[in-house]
Design a protein around this ligand. Structure first.
Ligand code: ASP
Ligand code: MG
Length: 403
């Protein structure tokens, strides 16, 4: 098999851990696999480099930041390659450029446009272990670019896609994806497999494990992703195509998003185009609107409620207030003490009663539901933040996820 193994910052956090990584890579190679390793900077290293730059300037040039930050990953890639060579392996360390990663020109948040895997392929053919510095590429002018914080996951997935690898393993300090946050529900169980779409909907459960952008890319490139820990041999969670999961459970997990705020617009003029005006302005300000509810109009006005991430609230307020000033909306109010609980599972495509069960679970616990939204594979409910943990635990119980 051809396996891409990606090791995050904590997995390469010190020299001893880099040696551990070398041992693991060596074992994989000795099993007869071809191995490409993608590494992050040692934990804390990227932040340290950022702080160095900020010592000199409040707004350092982005191109220089990319030169600087890409160095962290090069350090790890070189050290790992040296450690592997010392163990008798033929290994070679590569920058993003040498690995053929071409990005657009947006310094510090570049997007991968293309990968030319020829160099990696020829090195693999010679039997070498290829060690790639993650998080970086090169634009069409030959300048170094970086992919945004946490971007070495993306490097790994993109490389796995370009090489048509059999597997892309993402090693972190978390052992996989759980049915819910084990800190809230200790009975949470690790999932053996989950589909790309479920993983995307369960983003909050995967937040510390891998970026959503990487899951989206894995889905697009059809890369089998495994998240697992580098600190033990415990098996991780496979994130794959729905068709590869034989017996999908009705519900795979319960996600909690505490980072939501609700905006209520009262007495909105009921005219064609009003929603378009409000939400286009919000979109232009890059406010991320999630759930929207509009009531039936009474007396030529209607009420609209929507949710945004807490961090977008002040931008949203400014925009909404301008509509109040223009007399298009009578009044607005805000509530940050809410959260969103979501029940996710591909099984609900073909089964009825899944939503009803979620609502009765809330009812049994006397939790009032403020807003509801559903997709094919998700039921989300906005409730008061103080009930967050109770809701998660009760739902976990109702769908028997501990089994
Ligand atoms: N070192 C980079 C960061 O800290 C990229 C990564 O670790 O994925 O954001
Ligand atoms: Mg990371």
């Amino acid at each position: 098999m051809l396996i891409v193994q990606k090791f995050g910052g904590t997995s390469v956090g010190d020299l001893e851990r880099i040696q551990n990584v070398a041992n693991r890579v060596s074992a994989t190679k000795k099993e007869g696999h071809d191995v490409v390793v993608v590494v992050s900077a040692m934990s804390g290293e990227t932040n340290k480099l950022v702080s160095f730059a900020e010592h000199f300037s409040k707004e350092p040039a982005r191109a220089e930041m990319d030169m600087l930050l890409s160095a962290g990953e090069r350090v790890t890639a070189s050290l790992l390659s040296i450690a592997l060579q010392e163990m008798g392996h033929d290994a070679t360390a590569m920058t993003g450029r040498k690995a053929g990663i071409v990005t657009d020109k947006h310094h510090t948040k570049a997007r991968i446009e293309d990968i030319n895997p020829d160099t990696m392929q020829s090195q693999l053919k010679e039997g070498k272990i290829v060690v790639v510095a993650g998080f970086q590429g090169v634009n069409s002018q030959g300048d170094v670019t970086t992919l945004g914080r946490g971007g070495s996951d993306l490097s790994a997935v993109a490389i796995a896609g370009a090489l048509k690898a059999d597997l892309c393993e993402i090693y972190t300090d978390v052992s996989g994806i759980f049915t819910t946050d084990p800190r809230i529900e200790p009975k949470a169980k690790k999932l053996a497999k989950i589909s790309y779409d479920e993983m995307l909907e369960l983003a909050s459960l995967g937040a510390k494990v891998l970026q959503n952008r990487s899951v989206e890319m894995a889905k697009k490139l059809n890369v089998n992703l495994v998240t697992r820990t580098s600190f033990s041999d415990e098996e991780g969670t496979l994130i794959t195509k729905e068709e590869n999961i034989m017996e999908a459970p009705l519900v795979s997990g319960i996600a909690l998003d505490r980072n939501q705020a609700r905006i209520s617009l009262l007495g909105v003029k009921d005219r064609p185009g009003i929603a378009s005006d409000i939400f286009n302005k919000l979109a232009a300000a890059e406010v991320n609107v999630d759930m929207i509810i509009q009531n039936k109009a009474v007396d030529e006005t209607t009420n609209i409620d929507f949710t945004v991430p807490v961090g977008d609230l002040s931008d949203a307020k400014t925009i909404v207030d301008s509509f109040v000033q223009e007399g298009e909306i009578n009044a607005d109010s805000y509530n940050e003490d809410i959260c969103k609980v979501s029940v996710v599972g591909v099984g609900m495509r073909s089964h009825t009663g899944v939503a009803a069960k979620a609502f009765s679970t809330m009812a049994d616990n006397n939790i009032n539901i403020n807003m509801i939204s559903t997709s094919e594979i998700k039921i989300s409910m906005v409730i008061d933040e103080k009930y967050a943990e109770l809701a998660v635990r009760s739902l976990h119980d109702s769908y028997e996820l501990e089994k």
